[in-house]
Design a protein around this ligand. Structure first.
Ligand code: 13P
Ligand code: SF4
Length: 311
C-alpha cells in the first residue's frame, strides 16, 4: 500500500486536516496541511473549519486543539505521545503550589495538561512567553510553570522574579555545554541557535534564543552559512528544506552517540499510525467538560494577547 496516497485519499474523503509540529519525522511534516510551532498549531486549530483535525504532535497539543474546537473530532496518531515537561507538573501538586502562594498571577507554558491549564490565568508558548509576562506590570507577583529553564530565562531578560515550578524537558536538558563549546571552536563562523527550554549554561552560548519557529525564521534571514542547533532534531528537516545551501549541525547531547536530541514522545507518531488513525477515526482526544470549560479561558487569553501583539 502507498501510505501517502491512502492518507491523501482519506483526508479528502473525510474532510480532515493534518497539522504537524516541527519535531515530527520529515515524512509527516512533508505531508501535513500545516507545520508549525506550538503557538501556530493552536492558532491554526482555533480557526479550523474541517470535520476532523489530526494533530501530529504530543498529547497536550491535541488536548489544546480539542479545547479550542470541542465540536470537532481531534485525533492524535499515538495517544501515548506524552511530554516529560508536562508530566513534571502533576495538577494536584501544582494546585497545592498555587494555593500556597495566594495573590499570584499563574502563567503556564502550553506544555501542560488541561487540568494544569484549568488552574492557570494565562497560557504562553515559547513564542510569546516574554511578551505576555511583560504585559503584566513589573511588580505583579507571578507563578510560572512548569519549565524552570524557560522561567529562569524570562526572569533574566525581564528583570523579574517569578516564582518557578521545578520542571524541565528531558530532551532540552540533555545538550552538552562542553560539546557545543568544542563545536563552536571547530566552526567559529557558526551561529548557535537554542530553544529556551535548554539549560541556562547552553543559552549563554547561544547567539539566538527562541521558539522553533523563531529559530527557523532566523536561519532563513541570517547571512551566516552554518548553524549549531540546540533543540529537538526534527526542526533540522524544515531548516534544510528552506535553506538548502546552509549547514545545520545538531547540538550533541551529553550521552554521546544516542539519539537523545530526538523526542521519543514526538517520534511515537509514524506514517503507519497516521494512516490508521485517519482510517479508524481513532484514537480521539477527549477532555473532561468541566476542565475544558476552565482551561479554554487562559488559552483564549493567550490567543487574544498574541493577536494584539501581532504574533
Ligand atoms: P515550540 O513549539 O513553542 O517551539 O516548543 C517546542 C516544544 O518543546 C514543543 O513541545
Ligand atoms: Fe515535551 Fe520536550 Fe518532547 Fe517538547 S521535546 S514534547 S517539551 S518532551
Amino acid at each position: 500500500m502507498n501510505l501517502k496516497e491512502e492518507i491523501n485519499r482519506l483526508r479528502k474523503e473525510k474532510n480532515a486536516v493534518i497539522l504537524a509540529h516541527y519535531y515530527q519525522e520529515g515524512d509527516i511534516q512533508d505531508l501535513a496541511d500545516f507545520v508549525g510551532d506550538s503557538l501556530a498549531l493552536a492558532q491554526w486549530a482555533s480557526r479550523c473549519t474541517a470535520d476532523i483535525l489530526v494533530m501530529c504532535g504530543v498529547h497536550f497539543m491535541g488536548e489544546t486543539a480539542k479545547i479550542l474546537c470541542p465540536d470537532k473530532k481531534v485525533l492524535v496518531p499515538d495517544l501515548t505521545a506524552g511530554c516529560s515537561l508536562a508530566d513534571s507538573c502533576p495538577a494536584d501538586r501544582f494546585a497545592d503550589f498555587v494555593k500556597a502562594h495566594p495573590g499570584h498571577t499563574v502563567i503556564s507554558y502550553v506544555n501542560t495538561s488541561a487540568a494544569v491549564k484549568a488552574l492557570t490565568d494565562v497560557v504562553v508558548t515559547s513564542t510569546n512567553a516574554r511578551q505576555i509576562v511583560e504585559s503584566f506590570p513589573q511588580e505583579t507577583p507571578i507563578i510560572f510553570g512548569p519549565d524552570r529553564n524557560l522561567g529562569s530565562y524570562i526572569n533574566a531578560v525581564t528583570g523579574r522574579q517569578m516564582l518557578l515550578w521545578d520542571g524541565a524537558c528531558h530532551v532540552h536538558e540533555q545538550f552538552s555545554v562542553e560539546k557545543i563549546v568544542e563545536l563552536k571552536a571547530a566552526h567559529p563562523d557558526a551561529e548557535v541557535l537554542a530553544h529556551p527550554e535548554c539549560k541556562g549554561a547552553v543559552l549563554k552560548l547561544a547567539d539566538v534564543v527562541g521558539s522553533t519557529a523563531a529559530l527557523l525564521k532566523h536561519a532563513v534571514k541570517s547571512p551566516c552559512r552554518r548553524f549549531i542547533v540546540a533543540t529537538e532534531a526534527g526542526i533540522l528537516h524544515e531548516m534544510r528544506k528552506q535553506c538548502p545551501d546552509k549547514e545545520f549541525i545538531p547540538a550533541p547531547p551529553n550521552a554521546g552517540i544516542c539519539a537523545c536530541n530526538e523526542c521519543n514522545f514526538m517520534r511515537l507518531n509514524t506514517m503507519e499510525k497516521l494512516y490508521a488513525c485517519l482510517r479508524d477515526e481513532s484514537p480521539a482526544i477527549e477532555v473532561d467538560p468541566d476542565i475544558a470549560a476552565r482551561a479554554v479561558k487562559p488559552i483564549e487569553r493567550m490567543l487574544d494577547i498574541s493577536r494584539k501583539l501581532g504574533l
